[in-house]
Design a protein around this ligand. Structure first.
Ligand SMILES: NC(=O)c1ccc[n+]([C@@H]2O[C@H](COP(=O)([O-])OP(=O)(O)OC[C@H]3O[C@@H](n4cnc5c(N)ncnc54)[C@H](O)[C@@H]3O)[C@@H](O)[C@H]2O)c1
Length: 250
């Protein structure tokens, strides 16, 4: 299937692009960081496009290029996201806006684009949104604005799934745990600073929080995204699947 992935220049998105390519799918690698998108695309011998998921026109132009190159899109992974860490009362309004714009509005705008294209081509397409374990359990320290944006992703996933099911379009989310990516490296440093401990201590806490006893890899998430896109998951829609080694079980 033809699948466009946002935020695929690094971390979980790049792993999803590699996993889908390995399974014989055609991916279009998009990221706000054009250099990163083009590097992953070159590695996978496919199209890379700069996309800012907060800009409708940017998303639309990338989808247009993808369909011109490879034909109708059949899958869409809205994975782009950002985080930052602050004690609740110190969260700058601008950080609230940035997290909501990229993490929540970005999934909304991407979802509209995907759904419109699936309907226009008569494709029973599949959308997967990257949420977070912080979308199911709000007690994540220093991340209130991120938590709000990711709860929004799960709500949106359920609403989209219900409205798009009559068109045969499925919409699900994945909720990763403590995944070793650039985002995690930044969070380790912020949290160490905010708690007044060293980075190794915070990493130890992340592992301690994870019953499976290790940090998550981007590939742990990528294989579940591949499953949700596949016909094996053909009767699953509106779900937010935890992929977190048991972390934050409630
Ligand atoms: N790393 C974790 O522990 C973890 C846990 C749960 C959920 N997630 C979620 O997984 C997704 C991927 O995170 P990651 O850990 O791979 O992070 P990452 O920082 O390694 O990669 C995120 C990518 O998104 C891109 N991006 C940022 N803003 C963008 C925008 N406006 N438009 C398009 N692309 C943009 C970045 O350039 C980057 O390449 C995010 O939605 C994140 O919230 C991550």
């Amino acid at each position: 299937m033809n699948v466009l992935i946002t935020g695929a220049g690094a971390g979980i998105g790049a792993a999803i692009a590699r996993e889908l390519t390995d399974r014989g799918h055609r991916v279009v690698v998009t990221d706000i960081d054009e250099t990163a998108a083009l590097a992953v695309a070159a590695e996978l011998d496919t199209l890379g496009v700069a996309v800012d998921v907060t800009e409708r026109a940017s998303i639309g132009a990338a989808a247009e290029r993808a369909e011109a190159a490879y034909g109708p899109l059949e899958g869409w992974v809205s994975n782009a996201g950002v985080s930052s860490m602050y004690p609740f009362t110190d969260i700058p309004e601008a950080e609230w806006d940035r997290n909501m714009d990229i993490n929540a509005k970005g999934v909304f705008l991407s979802g509209q684009e995907a759904a419109e294209r699936f309907r226009a081509s008569g494709t029973r397409g599949v959308i997967v949104n990257t949420a977070s374990m912080a979308a199911k359990q709000g007690a994540a320290p220093f991340l209130a604005h991120y938590v709000a944006s990711k709860f929004a992703v799960v709500g949106l996933t359920q609403a989209m799934a219900a409205e798009l099911a009559p068109y045969g379009i499925r919409v699900n989310a994945v909720c990763p745990g403590y995944v070793a990516t650039g985002m995690q490296t930044r969070e380790l440093e912020w949290e160490a600073h905010l708690r007044g401990v060293d980075v190794e201590e915070v990493q130890r806490l992340y592992i301690e929080d994870t019953p499976m006893g290790r940090l998550e890899t981007p590939e742990d998430v990528a294989t579940v995204v591949a499953f949700l896109l596949s016909n094996d998951a053909g009767f699953i829609t509106g779900e937010a699947i935890a992929v977190n080694g048991g972390a934050y079980m409630d």
